[in-house]
Design a protein. Structure first.
Length: 187
């Protein structure tokens, strides 16, 4: 679901957000006025006039803007560490909740994910993702990678996540999945 609010909302608590498009994180204090410009994949894009830009708020902090966090992001077992095929499935499901803000298709169906590896660690799992963008000049890379990393870290049992933007091989439209093609009206 994607929607906007015309009325400012005051944050009910301090929240970590990711700057769009830069990708760096910062803490917005309680009482900061924001407006929701987009809601896709469980995260919220906020216009924050006092900070002069757009910021992405994670699903886990939805309560700070008066929304209910989506339970699907907690994964099966709600808090129990995932391993093996269950973890791999949830990693892909989480990546499918990440969107390029300019294209209403998730990064998996756009064909932007080139590699995903899960490594067991003594205290959980490390997830490494290599992804690309539709164009090297796209300034959204840092923001999209940070969103993906934060969503992976929300998965039960994931203690480390690294999302790298790579350019080889170059992305082409033939990498778009059949589902993505249908959403974009490409035959």
């Amino acid at each position: 679901m994607s929607y906007q609010t015309d009325e400012p909302i005051k944050l009910t608590r301090d929240c970590q957000v990711v700057a769009v498009p830069a990708g760096h994180t910062l803490m917005l204090p309680q009482g900061t006025e924001v407006m929701i410009t987009q809601s896709l994949g469980g995260s919220y894009t906020l216009l924050v006039p006092s900070y002069g830009g757009l910021f992405r708020l994670s699903n886990r902090d939805a309560d700070a803007i008066g929304r209910e966090p989506r339970m699907a992001e907690a994964g099966p077992g709600s808090g129990q560490a995932l391993i093996g095929e269950a973890l791999e499935t949830e990693v892909w499901n989480s990546l499918k909740t990440c969107f390029d803000p300019e294209i209403p298709v998730n990064i998996v169906d756009l064909g932007l994910i080139y590699d995903m590896q899960i490594t067991p660690l003594p205290d959980g799992s490390r997830v490494e993702v290599k992804m690309t963008l539709t164009a090297q000049g796209c300034g959204m890379g840092g923001s999209i990678a940070a969103d993906a990393r934060n969503k992976l870290l929300d998965l039960p049992g994931v203690v480390e996540a690294d999302v790298q933007v790579v350019w080889d091989p170059p992305w082409t439209p033939d990498k778009i999945s059949p589902e993505g093609r249908a959403l974009l009206g490409i035959h």
